[in-house]
Design a protein around this ligand. Structure first.
Ligand code: THG
Length: 366
């Protein structure tokens, strides 16, 4: 494929300089911003991620900040997950739905204080929906995108590396919690989270100017750990069942179809704008659901939905696929109709390079 024309609409990040110096080989665009997709090769990056430590420029995980007395009310309007038990210092993975129960985004929400939240968004223009709700309901809340850029440190040696920069107290940060830590006199939220199933942290870096000093400090401190620049890895995230908004699900899907029912407590999520719609679908249960799949034979890159068929009839689609070196088979994610979603069900997928046999599974690999 030809290269992409750089322009102001495709935003650089505070770390782009470091990413380029590290020899990035490919980008995608996510929230109108550059997101690296490959450094050495997707397979080499995968092995290194699972054995060492990588620093990821995930600035594209833009923050939507809610500030003011109606922040918590607005946050609960956005999601069917019950937020009443959430404490400052916690992160929640929250499906965001519209009035029909359709998925608008699947961010991580951070509660900084009762009246201050960050929504760390996936790839959709959620800011407009949040601003419109705040305006339409005359809420006493400020909604904007602050100059905060997440930098992820992922891999089995992540705790060692992050400890060298922020101190051993980092070890007491539990999964999906965050604490405040200083780097060169700047206070940063550091969470144990990230878009991989390896251990790791996400540093929410405030101020573009603080980006490269932190990047360089991590690279310097991690030399003996074989630290490298990395990025969310297609193979590893499929193995782990981490979904990609816009690829694996869209506004056409409910959280239940996405297998995100465990993050919904629709009955008690009072104020969620999609509540009535979701209560209806939750009662019946979904008629299609996301499943892990194994595809047999060689595959091209999955750059469109590939139809899943059984006896010539369409029964779903494959939306992410890659060869897994560790499992020595093609791992994939797809949406499968209930008539064919049971463990071991055998289907066919129509790829641009021909039909391939598919086995349906019920739980992801990692
Ligand atoms: N971190 C932060 N922001 C993000 C992402 C992230 N924004 C965009 C995108 N990723 C949002 N999507 C996801 C998808 C999965 C997870 C996080 C964000 C995730 N899921 C875990 C799992 O499924 O195993 C745990 C969820 C839980 O148990 O609460 O981590 O990665 N800041």
């Amino acid at each position: 494929m030809a290269s992409i024309a750089p322009s102001r609409r495709i935003r650089r990040t505070p770390f782009t300089e470091g990413v380029e110096a590290a020899g990035v080989k490919g980008y995608t665009v996510y929230n109108h911003m550059l997101l690296p997709t490959v450094f050495e090769s997707i397979e080499a990056d995968y092995h290194h991620l699972k054995s060492a430590v990588q620093v990821w420029d995930v600035s594209v995980e833009r923050q939507i900040e809610l500030r003011g007395p109606d922040s918590a009310r607005l946050m609960q309007m956005l999601t069917p997950r019950d937020l009443r038990g959430m404490m400052p210092g916690q992160c929640y993975y929250v499906p965001i739905v519209d009035e029909t129960g359709g998925m608008l985004n699947d961010p991580v929400a951070l509660k900084l204080a009762e009246d201050q939240w960050w929504i760390s968004i996936a790839d959709s223009d959620l800011l407009f929906w949040v601003k419109a709700l705040a305006y339409g309901y005359r809420l006493d809340v400020l909604v904007d995108e602050p100059d905060v850029s997440p930098l992820a440190v992922q891999g089995p040696k992540a705790e060692e590396l992050v400890g060298r920069i922020f101190g051993d107290a980092i070890q007491s940060v539990r999964f999906f919690r965050f604490g405040w830590f200083d780097f060169l006199g700047v206070s940063m939220a550091v969470a144990r989270s990230g878009y991989s199933k390896q251990d790791g942290f996400e540093i929410y870096v405030p101020g573009t100017a603080n980006g490269m000093p932190l990047w360089n400090a991590l690279m310097e401190a991690g030399k003996d750990l074989d630290v490298r620049a990395g990025c969310p890895n297609l193979i590893e995230r499929i193995e782990g069942g981490l979904l990609s908004y816009g690829n694996d699900m869209t506004r056409e899907n409910t959280p239940h179809e996405c297998g995100l029912g465990r993050f919904c407590s629709t009955q008690t999520a009072i104020g969620c704008v999609g509540r009535d719609a979701l209560l209806r679908v939750a009662k019946e249960g979904p008629t299609q659901q996301i499943r892990p799949l194994v595809i047999h034979g060689d595959l091209p890159p999955c750059d469109r939905a590939w139809p899943l068929v059984a006896k010539g009839k369409r029964v779903g689609q494959v939306t992410s696929a890659a060869y897994s070196p560790d499992f020595e088979e093609n791992v994939a994610i797809g949406m499968v109709r209930m008539t064919h979603w049971d463990e071991g069900s055998v289907l066919e997928v129509e790829t641009p390079e021909g039909m391939r046999e598919v086995t349906v599974h019920e739980s992801f690999w990692i």
